[in-house]
Structures are given as C-alpha cells and as structure tokens.
Design a protein around this ligand. Structure first.
Ligand code: ATP
Ligand code: MG
Length: 561
C-alpha cells in the first residue's frame, strides 16, 4: 500500500479502485439524499461531510436530493431547514433534486416491468401479505394474485394511479422470488396508494413509490456513480441492483450502492422520528432547541460549522456501527472557540465584594486584551469601581493551600485589574456569606509596569463592576438524556431516560461591552466557558446559551461515580 492510500477511508479506496479499473474521474458524481421528514442531526453531518467531501476531493458534482416519497410525513419546512443546514455546514450542492421529480419516469418504468411480467398488482391486505412473507429460514408463499395477466395488472395499476381505489386495497409488487434467502427480495412492494397531498406534487399522484424502487432509479437518472448509505441498507443492495437491472442501458453509467456505519452520539438520540417525538411532546422547545443534536440546535447552542466538520473528520468513516462520546464533540467546539472567541467577564453566581480603600464614587476603565490566542481581536475597556461581583465559589473564609482563589488574609489578582486582599466578610442570619470586604494595592494595576504590577499571586479571578454590569438571562444546558444510549434498552423506552435537569436558567451579570452583542455572537466568559447570544435576546434583555464549559466537567463527574 502506498503512503497516500493508507490515509484513504474505505469508501475512497473503493473509488480509487474503480478509477484504476476504468472509471473516468468525470464519471464521479455523488448525492446527499435526506428525507424531508425532520431536521438534520449530527449523524447526518457524517453523511454530508462524506458525500460533499468526496465531491471536493475529486472535483465531482454532489446533488442535494430530497427523498420525498411519503407525503404523510414530509413538509416544505423540513426542505427549507435542510437546505439551510447543509449551506451553514459550508457545502454547495450542484443541483437540487427531488425524487418526486421522477414520479412520471418511475411510473413509466413500473408499467414496463408489468409488461415484462416482472411486477403485479396484489390485492390482499397487508396482514395477509405479511403472513406469506416466511422467515429467514422458511420460504414465503406466493400471493394468489401473483399470476395475474399483464392486461389485468396494467388496468389495475392505471386505476390505482387514477384514484379509483381506497388506500390499502392494492399494491404493486415486483415479481422476484418468494423463496429468496434475502427477505427483501420476496416480491417487495413498489407502490402503495396514499390519498394525501404531497408538498410538491400536490394531488397529482395518489400512488407513491417505495424507497427501494425510488432510490436506485433516482441515482440512475442523476447518474450518481457512488450511492453511499448507512449499513442498515446492506441487505437492500441486492434489490437496488435488481431494480437497476430492469432499467439500465449499457451506454449509461450504472450507480453502485456502498454502505458505511451509522454514527451514534452518546446521551442523545439521532433519529428524526425520535427527535420529532421530543418536539411534539414539548420535552424541548422546537427542533432548534440548543439541547437537540440537530444541526440547527447545535448552531443555536453556539457550535461552529468548523467544529462539527472537525468532529466528523476525527471520527472518520467506519464499517461498524458504534457510539461516539459526546465529549468528543464538545472537545472540538472548545478547541475552535478557544481560537476565535473574544474573552469577556461575566459572573454567574454573584457575591458582592467591596474594596474598602478604593475611593467612593471613583471609577476607571481598564484595558483588557480580547484574546491571548488572537492579537487581531484587539482590546476593550472594562469598568472598575469600589463594588464588584465575583463568583461565590471563588471565596472561602478558610481554605487549604490548594485553594488558589480568595480566602481571608489571602491575595488574588482581579483579571485586568489590581491585586486585592480579603480582610473580612459579612454573613446573613442563615450563615451564608453575603459580602466580602477587601483592600487593594493601587500600585498593582495590570500592565502599569510597576514592580507591584509584576508581582505574582497564585490566583486570578474574573469580576464585574456592580454599577456597570448588565443583567442577562443565562441558559445552562446539560445532557438531554441521563443514559449514554437511551434508545438501546430492550425493556425501556428512550423517553424514560430524559434528564429532568437538562436546562437551568439563571441571571448572570456581564460586563457592559456585551450590551451591543448580536444574536449568534460567541464569547468566552473567562474561567467559565463558551457562550453565545440566543435568538430570544432583545435590546432590553440579553439571553446567553452556554455552548460548553471550559473543561469537561461531565467526564470528571462520571469518574467519581
Ligand atoms: P433518521 O432515522 O434520522 O430519519 P435516516 O437515515 O432515515 O435517518 P435520511 O434523511 O434518509 O435519514 O438520511 C439521509 C442520509 O443520511 C442517508 O444516506 C443516511 O444513511 C444518512 N444518515 C442518517 N443518519 C445517519 C447517521 N446517524 N450516521 C451517518 N449517516 C446517517
Ligand atoms: Mg428515513
């Protein structure tokens, strides 16, 4: 194996092999084929990055194809959301296609199959058909309608198309082999009657083609060279090929189906159907709830397209299904946000701190660097005054040497400001500390160049000036499910594992520079984590989403348990 082929994933290796066996690079064409029955999720991101990644690698077109053959579940809203998400992830499709564009062609081919004696109308109930299916070890039983004449089949099928029959009265089946060891080959259904309006074809059709009949033929129409799908379609490949055998002509490219592993993320579910349940039952606030593993939820939560692409890249393409820990996704967003976000100060659990030797009524604006990672982000001014908020957790009356924050008699530096020393504290009647009194060293101002400013103390705290701080709603998110794979339990429903504490809403206090922050803007709240402005924010009320904490606290909690 050469150096370059070592780094290829197995799908790329298949393509390389095809290229060396006579495929031309110009023949390569891919597609991403979502069904518009929900919003895209992080699992889809793997498929998107794979297909569009191949397009970029081989300079080949990639279609966005909506697999819209079930009007009962599909909606324009989902089509729009899918287009927005693929674009946001950073990809451009060649053409936008719809399986419904091919309804006439598929119908014409089906008529041809009937004429060739390869399809028939079955008029049994679905229960009767199911009873004849057999088992993997026992052959199925032929339908009593299997040997209908071509004329009768043509006339019934036309009647189905013309709306003469009720739902469930007839189906069109391929005539393959009721004894096949592959159950999917036992005369699979090609069409069913559905008297439902379709989001694009409206009431033009009342028979709708099934997935297997539609997918390969759509690939063929679009001349997709490699039709990549997830592993559960492996047994469908034989049928995919059988259907293609009926329609392909030798002068045209014949698509290939190849399978890769579905990606599952821990502590969530990646299935549109299950995610729809969370939305419908108001467990979350819509498809873009920041706790959802949807692309739109992750975007609203503060994820960047780069972080999602890097995550997908890291997990790669696999041949076997497995569970990816969500902390890996969080690692990637942390890594990217660290590079690009400006640092700001916000206090989420405030404790009042009074600097007793700071002149009453005085205030000053301190220079604060926006990012140690990126000088181009510049600097800003933060107001300092006699009364500040610090985090409750940053002060203790007494603590051991490992506590590098503030304790009575101890010193810390206030970020971008002065060194302070805690002198005393006040408690309420319950014994909770409600105020800390400190003194500050006026010569120790950060960046002032004095020997005192260079003096090192163990801890640095973030803070806000009470007088200048802006109150903001802060939404703290946690795992949506308490179990790492909620939908894999035989005796329990995934809904049994909903985490009741997945959202905590608090009031935090942020520095005034954030007043003008716009929806979607991302920040690092120093020493706390990454936050972004939610779309619920308005000019009189800031709302922040916590994207992710600075450190992986979840992993630590898990280790302790
Ligand atoms: P869902 O069960 O969530 O509806 P699906 O497979 O039915 O998923 P489609 O809209 O048909 O959803 O998916 C479009 C493409 O994305 C398909 O090729 C599918 O195989 C792929 N895909 C869907 N889920 C995942 C996943 N978890 N990991 C990798 N690829 C996925
Ligand atoms: Mg599906």
């Amino acid at each position: 194996m050469s150096e370059t082929s070592k780094s290829l994933n197995f799908i790329e290796q298949i393509i390389e092999e095809d290229l060396s066996n006579g495929y031309s690079k110009n023949d390569l064409r891919f597609r991403f084929p979502p069904e518009p029955n929900g919003y895209l999720h992080i699992g889809h991101a793997s498929s998107i990055c794979l297909n569009f990644g191949l397009g970029l690698r081989y300079d080949a077109p990639v279609n966005l194809r909506f697999d819209d053959t079930n009007p009962a579940k599909e909606e324009q809203e989902f089509v729009d959301a899918i287009k927005q998400d693929v674009t946001w992830l950073g990809f451009k499709w060649d053409t936008e296609r719809y399986a419904s564009d091919y309804f006439q062609q598929l119908y014409d081919w089906a008529v041809q199959l009937i004429k060739d004696g390869k399809a028939y109308v079955d008029s049994q109930t679905s229960e009767e058909m199911a009873a004849q299916k057999g088992t993997p070890t026992e052959p199925g039983v032929d339908s009593p309608f299997r040997n209908r004449s071509v004329e009768e089949n043509l006339s019934l099928f036309e009647g189905m198309k013309n709306g003469e029959y009720k739902e469930g009265t007839h189906v069109l089946r391929a005539k393959i082999d009721m004894a096949s060891t592959n159950m999917l080959m036992r005369d699979p259904i090609m069409y069913r009657i559905l008297h439902k309006a379709h989001h694009r074809t409206n009431t033009d059709w009342c028979i709708y083609p099934m997935y297997d009949w539609t997918h390969g033929e759509s690939d063929y129409i679009e001349q997709v060279s490699h039709s990549l799908c997830t592993l559960e379609f492996l047994p469908h490949r034989e049928l995919y090929d059988w259907f293609l055998d009926q329609v392909t002509s030798p002068d045209k490219l014949r698509p290939k189906q190849r399978e890769f592993a579905r990606r599952n993320l821990s502590h969530t579910v990646v299935s549109k159907r299950k995610l729809a349940q969370l939305v419908e039952q108001n467990i979350v606030n819509g498809w873009d709830d920041p706790r959802m593993p949807t692309i739109s939820g992750l975007r609203r939560r503060g994820y960047t397209p780069e972080s999602i692409r890097n995550f997908v890249d890291t997990i790669g393409i696999a041949k076997r299904d497995n569970l990816i820990d969500v902390s890996l996704l969080e690692f990637h967003v942390r890594e990217h946000l660290n590079k690009i976000t400006p640092r700001v100060m916000g206090v989420l659990d405030p404790l009042k701190l009074v600097i007793t030797n700071y002149p009453e009524g005085q205030e000053e604006w301190l220079e604060a660097e926006n990012s140690p990672e990126d000088e181009s982000l510049g600097s800003r001014q933060v107001p300092f005054s006699k009364e500040l908020y610090i985090e409750k957790a940053d002060f203790k009356e007494e603590a051991n040497k490992k506590f590098f924050r503030l304790k009575l008699g101890g010193e810390v530096r206030l970020k971008n400001g002065y060194i302070i020393k805690a002198e005393s504290c006040t408690k309420n009647t319950e014994g909770d500390i409600v105020e800390v009194q400190c003194t500050y060293d006026p010569k120790s101002k950060s960046g002032s160049g004095t020997p005192e400013s260079l003096r090192r103390v163990k801890g640095t705290l973030h803070w806000v000036s009470i007088k200048h701080a802006v109150a903001a709603e802060v939404r703290l998110y946690d795992r949506l499910f308490t179990d790492e794979s909620p939908d894999t339990h035989k005796d329990k429903d995934f809904m049994d594992f909903i985490n009741p504490d997945s959202l905590k809403t608090i009031t935090g206090y942020v520095e005034p520079s954030l007043k003008s922050a716009s929806v979607g803007e991302r920040f690092q709240f120093q020493r706390i984590g990454y936050f972004c402005v939610d779309k619920d924010s308005s000019s009189d009320k800031l709302v922040f989403n916590r994207t992710v904490g600075l450190r992986d606290s979840w992993a630590k909690i898990q280790q302790k348990n």
